[in-house]
Ligand binder design. Structure first.
Ligand SMILES: [Zn+2]
Length: 187
């Protein structure tokens, strides 16, 4: 299974509303395998299909839990509802290497959709997993975490975002580098 290059801020595919997936076929399974492989190579904890240039509604997460366990799964055609509470915490994005900011998200959310085999998913997620799920679902609607910042914070980031859009990546940026910047824990 190949690594797929991660699309960076400024790439129009990141602004597309991704299409519903109708077939749970081999091409979907290959895409999901590639998403996991690419996410792990970049040491991220979440990755949406349009971040590798495929405008289809599927994302993967691999969020570490206390005690060394992981929440690791794919979600096809995700639907979020019943957002409750709020959390403010640092977020990074594999499509915006080098940039992290505090972002407000719901503390818990009901996640419905399907796994890559077409089995229904219906569960409530909370904490960082809820943050990751909200971030990835945003990706599938063409929304980036920078869109969710205050106008002032956005203004502060403008120069860095413009640099990314021009193709200027942070020093040391490459898959598996820990991100230098991309990096660890980005979604
Ligand atoms: Zn992201």
């Amino acid at each position: 299974m190949p690594l797929r290059p991660i699309r960076i801020y400024g790439d129009p595919v990141l602004r597309l509303k991704a299409r519903e997936i109708r077939e749970f076929d081999d091409s979907l399974h290959a895409l999901v395998a590639d998403l996991f492989e690419t996410m792990h190579a970049y040491q991220g904890v979440g990755l949406a299909a349009n971040q590798v240039g495929v405008a289809q509604r599927v994302f993967v997460v691999d969020v570490p839990l206390e005690g060394g366990a992981h929440e690791r799964f794919a979600v096809v055609n995700p639907v979020l509802s019943e957002r409750k509470g709020k959390q403010i915490g640092e977020e990074g994005c594999l499509s915006m290497p080098g940039i992290t900011e505090d972002v407000q998200r719901a503390l818990s959310v009901r996640l419905r959709g399907f796994d890559e085999q077409g089995q229904a998913i219906d569960r409530v997620v909370e904490g960082f997993l809820a943050r990751a799920v909200q971030h990835e679902s945003d990706h599938l609607d063409g929304v980036l975490f920078s869109d969710r910042l205050s106008p002032l914070k956005k203004q502060f980031l403008r120069r860095e975002l413009d640099a990314l859009a021009r193709g200027e990546l942070p020093d040391g940026y490459h898959p598996g580098s820990g991100g230098g910047a991309a990096g660890e824990g980005a979604i």
